[in-house]
Design a protein around this ligand. Structure first.
Ligand code: SF4
Ligand code: SF4
Ligand code: SF4
Length: 272
């Protein structure tokens, strides 16, 4: 049973969040929402423990499609960063604000960038592309994320300042157009840089929240230095260029780890 401890813990955490939000906000949607995500995440970890190769992708598709299709397209909830600003400005504690608080702002203190590895609907598509292991050295253009972050804030603030009507409808279309743009830019960059996760590394505005918070993450991938033979395979297969052999929080690209466990699966000495 010991090896199934993590999926059980994750399920309990998500159920605790689901029940707490359901009762405090008196809305059964939160019970359904967080129970579904908890089951999908726990299933993925369970399958990983069982050494099923596509375990992470199963969770990513279950959660990503639910967010994109059900919450986004069917329930008209803008879960992009613009939606977060929008609901923040209107002072409405909606699914998008709760989603950001749990998955992208406070959650990373506990589970780092698990969102990026197991739930994001943008990466869900990008991970189908052929460059799972980056084929080129990392570029020094990560500053672009700050521009996209500010642009998303300015866009929503301008709508409020200009007193534009029918904001709900505009936010719905912003969600559709934003997603199309993310996919287009993500796919073009993946092929240009031969790196599926180039969009995550250089463009994604959400990393402005994710990176500093995940620095303090409780859940971390660590290397057993007594077993490591410094073969370098873990760094080669890492989609985010993390130097996992360095256990310090300041390790190279440490705040980029998406907990995909490719390093662990490929380590010849079971040192991770
Ligand atoms: S960095 Fe952005 S696009 Fe990439 S997985 Fe994370 S949230 Fe999604
Ligand atoms: S793959 Fe394993 S043995 Fe090789 S450097 Fe990484 S941790 Fe060490
Ligand atoms: S390969 Fe390892 S270090 Fe790299 S992102 Fe995945 S879990 Fe993190």
């Amino acid at each position: 049973m010991k090896k199934y401890r993590l999926p059980i813990i994750m399920l309990v955490i998500f159920e605790a969040v689901a029940i707490t939000l359901w009762l405090t906000l008196d809305n059964i949607f939160y019970l359904f929402n967080f129970s579904y995500i908890g089951i999908a995440v726990s299933l993925g970890i369970f399958l990983f423990v069982k050494q099923y190769k596509h375990a992470r992708r199963i969770t990513q598709l279950l959660v990503g499609l639910y967010m994109l299709v059900y919450l986004g397209f069917m329930s008209n909830e803008n879960m992009q960063i613009e939606g977060f600003w929008y609901y923040l400005f209107t002072g409405v504690f909606e699914a998008a604000t709760i989603h950001y608080a749990v998955a992208k702002i406070f959650g990373p203190l506990l589970f780092g960038r698990g969102w990026c590895g197991y739930a994001c609907w943008t990466a869900m598509v990008l991970d189908f592309l052929p460059y799972k292991e980056p084929d080129q050295p990392r570029k020094k253009i990560g500053w672009i994320r700050y521009i996209t972050f500010v642009a998303s804030l300015v866009f929503v603030a301008a709508l409020f300042l200009a007193n534009v009507g029918n904001l709900e409808r505009i936010m719905f279309w912003a969600f559709i157009i934003g997603n199309v743009l993310y996919y287009l830019v993500g796919i073009v960059l993946a092929y240009a840089f031969k790196d599926n996760r180039a969009f995550c590394k250089y463009i994604c505005p959400i990393t402005v929240f994710l990176k500093p918070m995940s620095y303090f993450s409780l859940l971390r991938v660590k290397c057993d230095e007594s077993k490591c033979i410094s073969c370098g395979k873990c760094k080669r297969v890492c989609p985010m260029n993390v130097d996992v052999t360095d256990n310090s929080r300041k390790r190279e690209n440490g705040t980029e780890c998406i907990l995909c466990f490719e390093c662990k699966r490929n380590c010849p000495k079971d040192a991770i």
